[in-house]
Design a protein around this ligand. Structure first.
Ligand code: 2HA
Ligand code: ZN
Length: 281
């Protein structure tokens, strides 16, 4: 039986966090990722059958009791995950007792899940209700998207339409648009609750002046979602560097053509521009 350390899950998580670091979206200990695994997937590997220790968490996750998550550790640097996977990530099982998880593998120097773990678990709950295939929550700091939160009104519609207009791929990859919440203190249950509420409608939630929370079926798909959002944000930023004057762009008719061609389940509310508001919707 292969040890869990050598599983594809650990390898894919290490590869993804390294890519996030190399992309410049997770400086120092920035960012955190969690991947839900089934009991069968976990039990196919050795070294996962004993509770190593119980770790208190600041959220009653008993609604998810029995579910397994491979999660990055608090204070850990994404650039180190490939070299030290069983130190910098952990496999936890949510226990029946609220506010506690069972460590099954990893965090071998006494580490604990990310400080954003309550926000991850709340988001997992929201996305599981939408689509049981969704297994991943990813938090990172994509530079151009974060920069846009200083210059664009904090409205989900404004952000979604601006990004859709930057590249035809955007509306195809996130036809529901992206959600924006107000600035809030990270690492709190409050930001977790606000994020999870937006996750009922969107797979990407922007944290102004900070980063994004994204959800998806797999690590690759979730990474690709953030990559597409950030690519459009980079194009927007580059336009500003070229003077900011837009002479031509994707039109609302172009959106309708894309929706028809790719049979998109689009957010109809975002198809027509409306008065600009400087508030979060
Ligand atoms: O894990 O990015 O928001 C470090 C962070 C917290
Ligand atoms: Zn962060």
């Amino acid at each position: 039986m292969t040890d869990f350390t050598d599983s594809s899950y650990v390898r894919d998580m290490a590869k993804t966090t390294e890519n996030l670091y190399r992309h410049g979206w997770d400086e120092r200990n920035g960012g955190n990722v969690s991947l839900r695994l089934t009991k069968e997937e976990v039990e196919a590997y050795a070294g996962t059958d004993k509770v190593l220790r119980q770790i208190p968490i600041k959220f009653d996750a008993s609604e998810l009791a029995g579910k397994y998550y491979l999660v990055t550790g608090t204070g850990r640097y994404f650039k180190n995950m490939v070299e030290f996977p069983d130190r910098d990530m952990g496999l936890i099982r949510i226990s029946e007792v609220g506010n506690s998880v069972d460590l099954m593998w990893g965090f071998n120097d006494g580490g604990e899940p990310t400080s954003e773990f309550p926000a991850h678990l709340m988001s997992h709950i929201a996305r599981l209700k939408k689509n049981p295939n969704q297994r991943v929550i990813m938090h990172c700091h994509p530079t151009n998207l974060v920069a846009m939160t200083f210059t664009i009104p904090l409205s989900s519609k404004r952000f979604s339409r601006t990004l859709w207009k930057m590249h035809p791929e955007s509306i195809v990859v996130f036809p529901e648009g992206i959600g924006v919440i107000p600035y809030m203190c990270p690492g709190t249950n409050d930001i977790g609750e606000k994020t999870a509420a937006k996750m009922e409608d969107y797979r990407v939630v922007v944290w102004p002046h900070h980063g994004v929370f994204a959800a998806g079926d797999s690590l690759d798909e979730t990474y690709g979602l953030v990559e597409t959002v950030e690519k459009s944000a980079l194009i927007y930023t580059t336009i500003q560097a070229q003077g900011g004057e837009i002479l031509q762009s994707l039109t609302d008719q172009d959106f309708r053509d894309l929706i028809k061609r790719f049979d998109l389940n689009v957010n109809e509310d975002f198809l027509t521009p409306d008065a600009v508001t400087a508030t979060v919707d």
